[in-house]
Design a protein around this ligand. Structure first.
Ligand code: FAD
Length: 439
């Protein structure tokens, strides 16, 4: 048996989790059982894979195992942007190779449409709004990014609107930004409410076990997954646990558990809403990737997301939450000086499984072991679509999207420790320093 050397441990302070409908978690697995399909990880990727496998094999039980409660992990604690457009930060115009960009766009749109359909079909109350997103800049460097991305969007034939400084307060309330590129295709949502809803509307032949961390694994003709109160023997194992896939012996050192942090305010009073102005809900991502994401939610809260730390074991570390809440407050005050008395109700951190070449993994990891891992901060749409397509591929289907994912190069390798930590930490520090007023 191989020990799973690190287990997820997300902090209990995620605003989205506590502000969404409370639900009773499904019971943990106990005893010894067998299943044809077992999926580890009930985030966007695992939920989509489980749903689609169950639909593809309606007479077979599909087992989905989650270490924590659904909605508490990274899928429930992100900024809630279901993004359509590709954004290749390595390319001069942020679009790069047009064929790759078109395939990427197709995948993201498919992910959005899967989620939209499920929300409609099951009436999931998750504040889903097809309101687009602003990419906002304040520094000269940020403005140059918007101009370059505009050229990329022209090349990709995607619509956008460039909004100048004097117009921006009508959109976002704040006078902070100098320019923004508005793209209409992004969908905003309350991520924890969505994953809770998805988990509660799985097909009847999916059995979900929560609070069941897999502690040990034995590979062979079948895979044995051991937990504290028993084991599950799988004909086929699907890893949908993002960077924790490395703890199951795969893609070692290729995914980087980089944490980023969010804070959400209390609800604004109607007087404060009038002082803020702008549209009733919106989302703005920074022109600089190390800058600050901001949202005004449909229930009138403001969200700030910025700051990064490298947590090699993939687990949260409360010292960072305490440190970054001050940075969140400073970012809030710069943008919203008209709201001096609005404090944060919740602050939390969460892991992005980043890869150096921004490619995730999709396909076979070992005989009878498969994975869709490494969502690179795009897991809402990308995790959803890759989870679903993995299930289709396992049911013998092929299409151009599956071929694209199977033929993609996958995550590249990284230097060993301690050089890895030194390099990543230096990069994060430098990036955050360079973001300047965008932070
Ligand atoms: C603050 C923040 C903001 C972000 N903003 C966005 C955004 O706006 N848009 C976007 O698309 N993405 C965003 N992301 C990234 C997004 O959250 C991830 O890409 C997404 O959660 C990946 O989904 P997933 O299902 O692949 O993995 P996860 O959500 O990480 O789910 C994997 C699950 O596996 C479980 N697991 C791990 N190990 C085990 C084990 N041993 N046994 C059992 N279960 C296990 C974990 O508990 C976890 O719930 C953000 C992330 C953060 C932290």
């Amino acid at each position: 048996m191989m020990k799973v050397t690190s287990l997820p441990a997300d902090d209990n302070s995620c605003g989205w989790f506590h502000l969404s409908r409370p639900r009773k978690p499904k019971p943990a697995h106990e005893g010894h059982s067998t299943a044809r399909w077992v999926i580890v990880g009930a985030g966007f990727t695992g939920l989509a894979a489980a749903r689609q496998l169950a639909l593809n094999f309606p007479n077979v039980e599909v087992v989905l195992v989650e270490a924590q409660e659904v909605g508490l992990g990274p899928s429930g604690r992100n900024a809630g942007f279901a993004i359509d457009l590709p954004h290749d930060i390595g390319a001069e115009d942020y679009i790069g190779d047009i064929a790759l960009a078109k395939s990427s766009l197709k995948l993201n749109l498919a992910g959005q449409s899967i989620l939209r359909d499920l929300v409609d079909q099951h009436g999931i109350d998750c504040q889903m709004k097809a309101c687009g997103k602003y990419q906002a800049a304040v520094e000269d460097r940020g403005i140059a990014v918007l101009e370059a991305y505009r050229r990329g969007l022209d090349k990709l034939e995607q619509p956008y609107q460039m909004i100048e400084q004097d117009e921006l307060p009508n959109h976002l309330g704040t006078h902070f930004y100098r320019k923004a590129l508005y793209t209409p295709g992004a969908v905003l949502l309350q991520p924890s409410a969505l994953v809770k809803g998805l988990a509660d509307h799985l097909p009847a032949n999916v059995t979900l076990y929560e609070r069941t961390p897999i502690l040990e694994v034995e590979y062979g003709a079948k895979t044995v997954l051991k937990h504290a109160n028993g084991s599950i023997t799988a004909d086929n194992l699907i890893l949908a646990n993002n960077s924790f896939g490395m703890r199951f012996g795969f893609l070692k050192g290729r995914m980087l558990p980089i944490y980023t942090y969010g804070s959400i305010t209390r609800q604004l009073t109607s007087e404060e809403q009038a002082q803020l102005g702008g549209k009733p809900y919106w989302g703005a991502i920074p022109a600089d990737p190390f800058g600050t994401t901001v949202r005004r939610t449909p229930d009138n809260r403001l969200l700030i997301r910025n700051s990064f730390s490298f947590n090699p074991d993939g687990r949260s570390d409360s010292r960072y939450n305490e440190r970054f809440i001050r940075r969140h407050k400073a970012s809030f005050d710069k943008r919203f000086p008209m709201l001096p008395n609005v404090n944060f109700e919740y602050t939390w951190g969460g892991a992005l499984a980043m890869t150096r070449n921004h490619n995730g993994f999709f396909g076979e990891l070992a005989p009878n072991v498969y994975g869709a891992l490494g969502c690179n901060g795009l897991g809402v749409t990308r995790g959803t679509v890759t989870g679903q397509l993995l299930a289709d591929w396992l049911a013998g289907q092929r299409d151009e999207r599956i071929d694209f994912l199977l033929n993609a190069p996958g995550p590249n390798s990284n230097p060993p420790q301690p050089f890895l930590s030194l390099g990543v930490n230096a990069n994060l520090k430098w990036g955050q320093y360079r973001a300047g007023r965008e932070s």
